[in-house]
Structures are given as structure tokens and as C-alpha cells.
Design a protein around this ligand. Structure first.
Ligand code: HEM
Length: 424
């Protein structure tokens, strides 16, 4: 399935996967370490008036909904409530802040019955057994091998550009049935659509180009299904609220693809880098994992607690109270999973990366109806990639010829920049 992913032009990845470049174009700028400010804010109150950027004293307000008053939610308890109180908090926030203009009308911005029935169409393909089975055997493991083979004989490599950027994007595009070249083109369009320095016309043009690329693949799979998710969606049945059922429209399938390909490729790219960065900067824990791979599951979960994608959004749909703070109908909530995941009332010494913590749920994959659909696939990818590195390179270490790798990014997306390592 992944025959030619390694043949693609290296420079395209360097151009399309840059943490700092994306942060500069994100609307809230580059923030090297937001955690100390989040700790101060969270210690003062679980919920604050103002967008997260405003509460932190940063210029600009980040993503915003025209005319909406904003609040920031920072404690573990408050963030968990926002994700699960579905009668008070809606995912329509993603329409209001313009994300759905780029992705299309997808499950991300739907609520209630409509969300449930559309999610049910695809959910079976993302269960743990499928992540370990079909996804890993057909898609992930062959890609891990191909990418590692390509650089294995070199003395060193930038893992971010040559491995972490590639694996998640090609996992989701291959899983959906796009060719590697189509996957890379698609990523280029979506990156343009999410570039906040572009005009509305340019964003619409990029979104339409992504839509046309997908429409072509969907039309082909309607005629000749293959063993991929676009084929499954093209031949699936959606149960409507009135008890009738119908096939999905091309736009419904395209929105699914845009959401999963972009959301799944993006988050896992960064989280794979973060998990590897965490282990390499804690060499004693990396050695433990190398010797006992059963610890890898904990290590991955701990890395998603320690440094998750830190900011999501909800809209208040009726006047309500959250942790003692009154919230008016229509307000936009900045839901800071980054701050929630280091809440000291839930985790002892929360800034410490520690693979031996007792496992308890963090907010990295959200909670409730919208909890991450792809979390088992994401964790499988990270596990297969790190196992691949540990198996093939017993002497893996930082390359001292380069500046040390660091975690950076924006308020919405964080990860390591270049990660230059020596392999042998
Ligand atoms: C480590 C990597 C990942 C992280 C940290 C992550 C995190 C999240 C979070 C926090 C949400 C909730 C967003 C919200 O409701 O506001 C979400 C939703 C979602 N994620 Fe992930 N994700 C990851 C990887 C993936 C992958 C690999 C896929 C697919 C292959 C995926 C597909 C989705 C989808 C479809 C949704 C929307 C679910 C819904 O609205 O019902 N994610 N993810």
C-alpha cells in the first residue's frame, strides 16, 4: 500500500512540517514555554474571563468568534466538565471560530444525534483491535520499516523531518486510500487553508482544491472499492433521526477525510516527536523502556499528559455556572487541556515527566461524546515508531553538532522542532 512514500521530495516535508513556522502563522505567535503562566493562572482560579492569549498578556486574542465574550478554562475538573456537560457546552464553537470553514461540516462541530449517527459510521474502524490489526499490519508497520530503512545507514538524521512528519500523514492518507503524492498535496492545501496570514479568497481556494482532490478519489472508490476507508465510507449507510437510512454524500465523506487526515496527521506528528523527545531527554527512563517494552504504553500516555495539544474550544449554549463562575449563553470557551493536564490536585509534581505514574485519564484526548476517535491508532503509531527506533538503533543519542532540540509552538499546537540524532 505504501510503495512510493519514500520516493517523495525531502524538501517538501521540511516546508510542510515546521512547528515554529506554523506557530508564526497561527494567530497567537510562538510561545516557548506557556506552562509557568498557566500554573499561575490555574492557581488563582479554574476559569478566567478573556481568551487564553489575553489572560497570558500576549498580543492578539488567538482564534476568536465575532462578538463573543471569551473565557479560559484551566483546571482538570473544569476542563473535564466542559467536555462532558453536553447540554451546556456545544462544539458549534468550531463553526464560530472559522475552523469548519476550512474542514467542512464535520463531526468535530456537530452535537447530539447528528454527531452520534455520523460518528457511528466510522467508529468501528478505529477500535483498539483495528488499530493493532488492520491499521498496524497493513498501514503503519510497513511505513515505519520503509522510512527507517531509508535513513538507517546514515550516521545521523533529523528525526522530525525524516520520520515523525512523514509517518502520521502517510498513515492517515494511506488508510483513507490516497496515494503518497496525493497525501502530500492535500497537506499543502490544508496548511494554506489554516494559514492565518492568507486572505479569505486564498483560504477558500485552498479548501476547494483539497475538496476537488478528495472528490476525485471518492468518485473512483464509489465505482471500484478497495481496502481503504474512503471505500468504506463511500459504501456505508447513515441512520437518520427519523429511522430512515441513506448513503453518505460526497461532501460528508470529504469533510470526514479533511478532519481525520488533517487532525490525525497533525496531532500525531507532534505527539510522536514529544514522546521521543521526552524519552531522549530522560535517558534513564528511555533505557528502562528499551529493556522492558511493556513500559512504552505508560510512556506514551504520560507524554500526552505532559505535553498535549493544549487548546480546544466550546460554545456556551445556555446561561450556566462552571466551577462557581457564571457563563453567559454565546460565550466562547478556550479549553486549555495543557493546563488541565498539569493540575497539581490530580498529579503530584505535574511538570515532571514520569513513566511510572499510576495511569489515570488526562484530558489529552478530550472526554465525552467528542473524545478522540483516532486515539488508539495514534497510540499504535507512536508505539510502532518508537519500538522501530529502539530495535534498530541501540546507540540512538542526540547529535552534539546541532543545537539541542526543544519543545515549542503556539497556544494550539506544540511539539519539537528539528531533532538531530546520531544513529550508530
Ligand atoms: C496523539 C495524537 C492525537 C491527539 C492528542 C488527539 C486529540 C484529540 C482531541 C483532544 C479531540 C477532541 C477535540 C474537540 O472535541 O474539541 C480529538 C478529536 C478527534 N480526533 Fe484526535 N487526536 C490525536 C490523533 C488522532 C488521529 C490519529 C486521528 C485519526 C486517524 C484522530 C481523529 C480525531 C477525530 C475524527 C476527532 C473528532 C471526534 C469528534 O468530534 O467526535 N485523532 N482528538
Amino acid at each position: 500500500m505504501a510503495d512510493s512514500a519514500i520516493a517523495l521530495d525531502d524538501s517538501r516535508y521540511e516546508e510542510l512540517f515546521q512547528i515554529e513556522g506554523s506557530a508564526e502563522r497561527s494567530g497567537s505567535g510562538v510561545v516557548d514555554d506557556p506552562y509557568p503562566i498557566w500554573a499561575e493562572l490555574r492557581a488563582k482560579a479554574p476559569v478566567h474571563r478573556g481568551s487564553l492569549a489575553q489572560c497570558m498578556g500576549l498580543p492578539g486574542e488567538g482564534l476568536s468568534a465575532p462578538g463573543a465574550v471569551q473565557y479560559s478554562v484551566l483546571s482538570f475538573a473544569a476542563v473535564s466538565e466542559v467536555f462532558t456537560r453536553k447540554d451546556d457546552f456545544s462544539s458549534e464553537s468550531y463553526i464560530d471560530i472559522g475552523v469548519s470553514h476550512k474542514l467542512g461540516d464535520s463531526i468535530l462541530n456537530m452535537d447530539g444525534r447528528r454527531h452520534r449517527s455520523l460518528r457511528d459510521v466510522i467508529q468501528p474502524h478505529f477500535q483498539p483491535a483495528n488499530a493493532e490489526g488492520w491499521w498496524n499490519e497493513i498501514v503503519i508497520a510497513p511505513l515505519v520499516k520503509e522510512f527507517i530503512d531509508k535513513f538507517a545507514d546514515q550516521p545521523g538524521v533529523d528525526l522530525n523531518a525524516h520520520f515523525f512528519a512523514r509517518l502520521p500523514m502517510h498513515t492517515v492518507t494511506t488508510g483513507f486510500g490516497m496515494s503518497p503524492q496525493q497525501g502530500l498535496e492535500f497537506r499543502g492545501y490544508m496548511l494554506r487553508a489554516f494559514d492565518y496570514t492568507r486572505t479569505t479568497a486564498e483560504v477558500t481556494e485552498a479548501t476547494n482544491a483539497a475538496g476537488e482532490l478528495l472528490a476525485g478519489v471518492i468518485a473512483e472508490r464509489r465505482l471500484e472499492p478497495r481496502d481503504d476507508l474512503i471505500s468504506k465510507l463511500a459504501h456505508a449507510t447513515l441512520e437518520e433521526a427519523d429511522g430512515t437510512s441513506r448513503p453518505l454524500t460526497t461532501e460528508e465523506i470529504a469533510s470526514y477525510c479533511r478532519l481525520i487526515v488533517f487532525a490525525g496527521g497533525e496531532t500525531t506528528w507532534r505527539q510522536l516527536g514529544i514522546a521521543t523527545f521526552a524519552l531522549m531527554t530522560h535517558p534513564e527512563q528511555m533505557e528502562e523502556v528499551r529493556r522492558d517494552r511493556s513500559l512504552l504504553t505508560n510512556a506514551i500516555l504520560e507524554s500526552t499528559r505532559w505535553n498535549p495539544d493544549p487548546l480546544f474550544y466550546r460554545k456556551v449554549i445556555r446561561d450556566t455556572v462552571l466551577q462557581g463562575v457564571e457563563l453567559p449563553k454565546g460565550a466562547l470557551l478556550n479549553v486549555c487541556t495543557g493546563a488541565a493536564n498539569r493540575d497539581p490536585t490530580r498529579w503530584e509534581d505535574p511538570d515532571r515527566f514520569d513513566i511510572h505514574r499510576p495511569i489515570q485519564r488526562s484530558t489529552a484526548f478530550a472526554a465525552g461524546a467528542h473524545s478522540c476517535l483516532g486515539q488508539h491508532v495514534a497510540r499504535q503509531e507512536i508505539a510502532s515508531a518508537i519500538n522501530g527506533l529502539l530495535d534498530r538503533f541501540p546507540n540512538l543519542r542526540w547529535d552534539p553538532a546541532y543545537p539541542p532540540a526543544k519543545l515549542t509552538g503556539s497556544l494550539v499546537a506544540r511539539g519539537p522542532g528539528p531533532m538531530h540524532v546520531l544513529l550508530h
